[in-house]
Each structure stands twice: as C-alpha cells, then as structure tokens.
Design a protein around this ligand. Structure first.
Ligand code: IMP
Ligand code: MG
Length: 184
C-alpha cells in the first residue's frame, strides 16, 4: 500500500518510510551497544508493533528471542484507563531475562506502564521500552522509555502497523487521515 492507494483519505505524511528506516537503524545501533554481551528478549505488543518488530529485529546484531503479548485496556471508548487485560500472554518465562518491549506508539503511556510493572513483577532482570512513535501526553506518566523513534504531535495517525478501524496497517509510512474518513 502507498500514498496513491490512499487517494483522498490521506491528509499528510508525518514520517516517511525512509525516515523510519534511518531512525530504526540508529536505534538498533544504540541497542546493540547497550546490550553488548547479553541476550535480549524482544516482547512485541500485538498487533501494532508487528512492523517495528520485523524491521528493528532485523537490524540488530545482538542475540535475541522474540515473543508476543496481546493486551486490551479497559476503558470507555477511546480513553485508556490503565487497567489492562492480557488477551495473549508470553510463551517465554521472563525471569532473569533482559526484556525489551517493542511498541508502535505511546499515547497516554498507561498500557506500557502497566506492562512494564507486570514483567518486572515476574522477575525480569531488566525491562526497557522501544517505541517507533511517542505522543506528548505520555510525558505526564512516569514510564521510562529508553528508545524513541519520533516524537509526534497529539494527532491520530495510521500506517506502519497502526490502524484506524483495522485499516491502513500496511502503509509503509506514518500519516494522518482526512476528516471525511472519520465521518463514514
Ligand atoms: P496508551 O499509551 O495506553 O494510551 O495506548 C497506546 C495504544 O493506543 C497504542 O498501542 C495503539 O494501539 C493505540 N493508539 C494510540 N494512539 C494511536 C494513533 O494515533 N493511531 C492508532 N492507534 C493509536
Ligand atoms: Mg499497540
């Protein structure tokens, strides 16, 4: 899928595919440096993190394993409350492991804050977070995010794993949608 396929539905490209690729390359180099001599357990949060996981993991030289979690936050409508339900748990035991959570975007940060505490309580040796995107709201909550791709404005975005109504996940860039899309 590309901008042409979006037609009138695309408002603006916020982060191009090239910028995503270049930034992930930098982050991978940082991670390789920080985890030298260790083995990483990458934990992807389904489903949005699929693209970041695929691209970031292939840029890493550090030995690693991959696992996945699916969570849903309880809350009314679009407001995240920070109360999280595990829909699919990890297959791996995290005790003693150096865990790196891989996320697509951090908005309120409530989901990740909960997830980080949860993995630490299971005895992970360390839990860090890598996210492709971060919105300003998450600064309010004390969740330490070690690796951030891009800080973006507080706008709803799609692409590179992120969806609107399960659509647009396969866009290679991050974009915003024209208002008429939400009216449908
Ligand atoms: P929060 O950080 O707990 O508020 O939740 C973040 C989750 O909300 C992300 O993992 C996404 O699934 C979803 N989300 C937040 N902002 C956006 C957006 O702009 N587009 C698509 N999904 C989003
Ligand atoms: Mg997500």
């Amino acid at each position: 899928m590309d901008a042409t396929d979006m037609g009138e539905d695309l408002k603006e490209v916020l982060v191009s595919a090239e910028d995503l690729d270049r930034r992930l390359e930098e982050i991978a180099a940082e991670i390789d440096r920080d985890y030298a001599g260790k083995e990483i357990l990458l934990v992807g949060v389904l489903r949005g993190a699929v693209m970041v996981m695929a691209d970031l993991s292939r840029k890493l030289h550090t030995p690693l394993q991959m696992d996945w979690m699916a969570v849903s936050s309880y809350g009314s409508g679009t407001q995240s409350t920070g109360v999280v339900k595990i829909l699919k748990d990890l297959d791996q035991d995290v005790s003693g492991r150096d865990v790196l959570i891989v996320e697509d975007i951090i908005d309120s940060g409530l989901t990740l804050s909960w997830l980080r505490s949860n993995l630490l309580s299971r005895g992970a040796a360390s839990v860090e977070i890598a996210t492709a995107l971060r919105k300003p709201k998450s600064v309010k909550i004390e969740v330490p995010v070690k690796y951030v791709g891009f800080e973006i404005p507080d706008e709803f975005v799609v692409g590179y794993g992120l969806d609107y109504d399960e659509k647009y996940r396969h866009l290679p860039f991050i974009g915003t949608l024209a208002p008429h899309v939400y009216a449908n």
